[in-house]
Design a protein. Structure first.
Length: 118
């Protein structure tokens, strides 16, 4: 059974930082591209960042320079360091695992809430 469990969300003031984690089980973690997405109230889910099996990272324009995605294959965990948070970053952040060649092997976590407010 595949499980992706996010953690690390919370309430933070503008300009603050958080480190989100996503622990994966039930998959061969190293052969999955890992990603973070987010969904704000009343909006569609949007892509935030992706890190490939070779640890190449890509970011959405809205988060580039403030967010850093990383992965630890030994711990089956992907991280998202989020800095200089803005109120518009408020959303539920979801972890995604996409098999490197089989698009049917696509999994989601349950999400972790990030709220940026003073």
């Amino acid at each position: 059974q595949v499980q992706l469990v996010e953690s690390g969300g919370g309430l933070v003031q503008p300009g603050g930082s958080l480190r989100l984690s996503c622990a994966a089980s039930g998959i061969i973690f190293s052969i999955y591209t890992m990603g973070w997405y987010r969904q704000a109230p009343g909006k569609q889910r949007e892509w935030v960042a992706t890190i490939t099996t070779r640890k190449n990272a890509n970011y959405a324009d809205a988060t580039k320079g403030r967010f850093t995605i990383s992965r630890d294959n030994a711990e089956n965990t992907v991280y998202l360091q989020v800095n200089n948070l803005k109120p518009e970053d408020t959303a539920v952040y979801y972890c995604n695992a996409q098999h490197f060649s089989d698009q049917n092997r696509d999994y989601w976590g349950q999400g972790t809430q990030v709220t940026v407010s003073s």
